[in-house]
Design a protein around this ligand. Structure first.
Ligand code: WAQ
Ligand code: MG
Ligand code: MG
Ligand code: MG
Length: 258
């Protein structure tokens, strides 16, 4: 994916566009060459039109050619799974991982509260890992990580090797988490889906890898999102610019278990 790369992004809402108060249904971001754009557009449309959060009446697709930008190549984070029996156990596990990574109790509590209350959030919330304060001023828009995707062959190799994880949901989540963790300002990410039918979430960091936790909410709940816990004095504009605009390609070479 070196030359002539395009970014393709989708966002979909119900009750009008997001900026007009519409409720967020689905989003997605991919990278591809010109000849892949038809296929990618179809995949993103299909994603928005068949969504457990509901029927959208606003869909926006944006395609942008990347102009001579250097593409950062990174490896996917190693993946592991914590099997827990219920939400209480799952959140306890998340708290202990975040605490182990040096995030303050206050920040962990704030992060969890944000996710429990987020039912319309379309991008991530950036939280100071010590004070627990929300740092971005994006409200429901949040910060949408964009311009990242798997190298096509790398995804084939990786998903063949890690068969149980070969879903488009995990494909997207792992690409996003790997890009986020690759920033020196990220300490950890906490995520669970806002989709009603998906309760596995994760804690990810460059130190621990991508740790899936099988119950982070109850089935049928529409709360969820992403919290990026950052180092104190993180240069916010640079950090957000990296997340939104730096093109990142996830590559996976050999079939050796991490
Ligand atoms: N940038 C920032 N935030 C995002 C992005 C993005 N590109 N994509 C999604 N979000 C936020 C937004 O608030 C969504 O509403 C929320 O996250 C949830 O997104 O088994 O499916 O796509 O290993 O519903 C994780 C576990 C699944 C997968 C996460 O999230 C596994 C998931 P969803
Ligand atoms: Mg997604
Ligand atoms: Mg990091
Ligand atoms: Mg969702």
């Amino acid at each position: 994916m070196l030359n002539e790369l395009y970014s393709i992004r989708m966002r979909a809402a119900e009750g009008g566009a997001h900026e007009q108060g519409g409720r967020h249904i689905s989003g997605g971001e991919r990278l591809g060459q010109k000849e892949e754009l038809h296929k990618l557009a179809t995949e993103l449309l299909t994603k928005s039109l068949n969504h457990s959060r509901g029927d959208c009446d606003f869909i926006q697709l944006v395609i942008e050619k990347l102009q001579n930008q250097e593409i950062k190549t990174i490896s996917p984070l190693p993946v592991s799974t914590e099997h827990v029996q219920n939400v209480t156990e799952g959140r306890k596990k998340a708290v202990s991982l975040l605490s182990f990574l040096g995030i303050s109790d206050e920040a962990i509590t704030q992060g969890l509260n944000f996710l429990k209350q987020s039912t319309h959030q379309r991008g991530a919330i950036i939280v100071d890992s010590q004070t627990g304060k929300r740092l971005d001023h994006r409200e429901l828009k949040g910060v949408r990580v964009s311009r990242m995707d798997w190298h096509t062959q790398s995804w084939s190799n990786w998903s063949a090797f890690y068969q149980p994880f070969a879903s488009s949901r995990i494909r997207e989540a792992l690409a996003l988490a790997s890009k986020v963790a690759a920033s020196p300002y990220t300490i950890a990410e906490l995520c669970w889906s806002d989709d009603l039918d998906y309760i596995t979430g994760y804690v990810a960091s460059s130190a621990t890898g991508y740790i899936r936790i099988t119950h982070l909410k109850n089935i049928g709940e529409d709360c969820g999102g992403r919290i990026f816990f950052v180092k104190q004095h993180c240069p916010l504009d640079d950090y957000i610019s990296y997340l939104e605009t730096t093109p990142v390609c996830i590559t996976y070479e050999n079939a050796t278990k991490h």
